[in-house]
Ligand binder design. Structure first.
Ligand SMILES: [Zn+2]
Length: 299
């Protein structure tokens, strides 16, 4: 830990009167990842905006900046791991403008182990003109590398997990965002847990609080299990013809045996997103969100 990090840490600790500890930086990567990605040293927690904003709550976690290339395009991401329990639930955060999702991911990694991978794009949704969540083409370096990292830390029986925060409401209804329980189309269906609430930070019932699942066919069992926990569900029906190269589509088409669970909440409402994470984790641990194994070898 260098002097500047130490100073920031001490100041926060003093201000908050808590001993949450501080983030560690630049931990060694597993050998097999060193072959596909390059580590770029972080000089201090302030060298990455998301780490700077969350460092005071990141005790027990380590953050690395990694880079890799897909053709000429350079991708830069933060890899955050729980030092004591690096294998567990592992989350993907493709959008750097969704700051609440980052804070929620910190909470999840501290509480449940595992970690997360977050795209860095100067605080923007797009990274040099590309939406990181519309870039999952088959056999691209991007897809291979992102899934390679996730699979290095994803615990057994864990689905692919993602976190997003979305802006209040939906543009079609005078809101600001592009995702809402109130807006559906032929292949994205809404399954509310109760009455949908409109407005800012309305908690689990907010039109922007939703668990996003995807698959070739509706999975009523998982939808019902999530609804029973008070969680709204959006289910994306995926087929190869309408593939938008998002993570949800890629997994439904190529890794359906593992499955996809994406927790979205309104931007700024970290406490609701944390609640949603807790409930989803309870369902995963109880087996209610378990996906089919790839294949079973006959005994
Ligand atoms: Zn997003």
């Amino acid at each position: 830990m260098n002097n500047r990090t130490l100073l920031t840490c001490t100041a926060w600790t003093f201000l908050l009167f808590t001993m949450t500890g501080c983030v560690e930086l630049n931990c060694p990567l597993p050998d097999h990842l060193n072959k596909t990605v390059k580590q770029e040293l972080l000089s201090s927690a302030s060298a990455a905006a998301d780490i700077k904003h969350n460092s005071w709550s990141m005790g027990g976690l380590c953050a690395d900046r990694i880079i890799f290339y897909d053709h000429e395009k350079k991708w830069q991401m933060l890899l955050v791991r729980n030092l004591k329990k690096p294998v567990g639930p592992f989350w993907y955060l493709p959008h750097d403008n969704e700051n609440s999702a980052f804070s929620a991911a910190v909470y999840a990694a501290k509480k449940y182990g595992g970690g997360f991978l977050a795209v860095e794009a100067n605080g923007n949704r797009y990274a040099s003109g590309k939406d990181p969540n519309r870039n999952f083409k088959t056999s691209s370096a991007y897809t291979r590398t992102v899934f390679g990292i996730i699979d290095s830390f994803r615990g057994k029986n864990m689905p692919y997990l993602a976190l997003h925060s979305n802006r209040n409401g939906h543009r079609n209804n005078g809101g600001e965002g592009t995702v809402s329980m109130r807006v559906t189309d032929t292949h994205t269906l809404s399954f509310p847990a109760g009455t949908i609430k409109i407005g800012r930070n309305k908690g689990l019932g907010d039109e922007d609080s939703l668990v996003y699942l995807s698959g070739r066919d509706l999975d009523r069992k998982k939808i019902n299990a999530l609804n029973a926990k008070g969680l709204n569900v959006k289910f994306e029906l995926v087929n190869g013809r309408a593939n938008d190269n998002s993570m949800s589509n890629y997994i439904a088409l190529h890794r359906s045996g593992i499955g996809y669970v994406n927790i979205e909440a309104e931007d700024g409402d970290v406490s609701t997103q944390k609640k949603m994470i807790d409930r989803v984790m309870q369902l995963i641990y109880s087996g209610a969100l378990r996906f089919m194994p790839f294949s079973r070898t006959p005994a």
